[in-house]
Design a protein around this ligand. Sequence first.
Ligand SMILES: Cc1cc2nc3c(=O)[nH]c(=O)nc-3n(C[C@H](O)[C@H](O)[C@H](O)COP(=O)(O)OP(=O)(O)OC[C@H]3O[C@@H](n4cnc5c(N)ncnc54)[C@H](O)[C@@H]3O)c2cc1C
Length: 395
Amino acid sequence: MQVETLILGAGAAGLMCAAHSGPGVLVVDHAKSPGEKIRISGGGRCNFTNLHTCPENFLSGNPHFCKSALGRYTQWDFLDLVSRHGIAWHEKTLGQLFCDESAKQIVAMLLAEAAGAELWLQTDVGAIDHDGARFSVILERDGRPTTVLARNLVVATGGKSIPKMGATGLAYRIAERFGLGVTETRPALVPLTFSGPVLERLKPLAGLSVDAEVTCNGVAFREGLLFTHRGLSGPAILQISSFWREGDPICVDLVPGVELVAALRSRRQSGGRIALATALSEYMPTRLAQVVAEGSGLRGNLADQNDGAVRELSARATGWDLLPSGSEGYRTAEVTLGGVATDGLSSSTMEARAVPGLYFIGECVDVTGWLGGYNFQWAWSSGWAAGAAIAARSQ
Ligand SMILES: Cc1cc2nc3c(=O)[nH]c(=O)nc-3n(C[C@H](O)[C@H](O)[C@H](O)COP(=O)(O)OP(=O)(O)OC[C@H]3O[C@@H](n4cnc5c(N)ncnc54)[C@H](O)[C@@H]3O)c2cc1C
């Protein structure tokens, strides 16, 4: 069987690319349904882009690499597409756009846009070869192998996150097979775990969520923080996990924006005969206030504390240093940090410099967005860039 373009992976990037690659496109995926991660994303409402998308929201060995694709297919282009399909949306917070109804609408929209392409599901990808002009790929469907010859091969099989959902790391193996570099990959946008006495202190707080500022390696995020049975989660922690490395402490400000020393001093003057936890609970949930007050080791009530002790108590709440023991790993990570090295790819087309006709798009590339719709925008932009290049060449 011969096609113009074979796209491996019917996820966000693969479907977007299929919609723009021109005629003769075959998309294959080993999953039962296309766009499974889109379907479950954003709590079933898909945070499909971010109004504030710019290159600064992405981590990569080459921070300039994402500029071209993001600049040529922008968040406004995707929003325009969503609106043309009559999908109602809203901004939740921090520029994050979600469907009003269901993430399934985004999958349906992409399938409609890519209607000209053939889609093979439950198809396994076998050996891949290249004779200089065409790729030959062995595909297995219903137990029967088929060799497909394609002028263009687009790899859109995502990263390693959530193996239960079909993530395989196939893209990295294909990149290596064709001599491209792959940077270190690690789970990102992932909850952090703790052990020993720290976990024992955190465990009773499981289920609590607060607004917090979390800092690690000079980077800070102020968003929600959630205590879990294994450690910490919530947007602030997921964001900082992309910057965290084993052995690094994180610092948590539980009352961002509050001048806590001044506030506690003034409370000490105006009725300080209250427990330390009670004083703190004016600024945070009571259970958390108790843990912070106990952790300070201070005795007596607020009125008994001198200025030094008030500063100490306040520092416990505004600069809580914690040493994570690890992360929840690929089992729950929203994305994979690192991937196919950008120095082997054209930033405007996503084509491998040394292998004409071979493209890598989406999460498998060493471009990782912050939490908040940035990763889907990268999938749309990089998928569009490859598709537009293929379509232009086949005219
Ligand atoms: C729970 C969760 C929630 C998320 N929420 C958001 C969000 O709201 N906003 C946001 O911007 N990002 C979100 N993300 C991240 C986002 O889903 C990814 O960045 C995006 O899906 C990447 O698109 P992709 O096309 O590169 O890869 P994917 O969407 O992962 O698609 C890859 C496709 O390749 C297929 N595949 C993999 N290996 C093989 C193989 N060996 N053979 C055949 N097929 C294969 C897979 O079945 C899959 O269909 C979320 C991720 C998760 C896990």
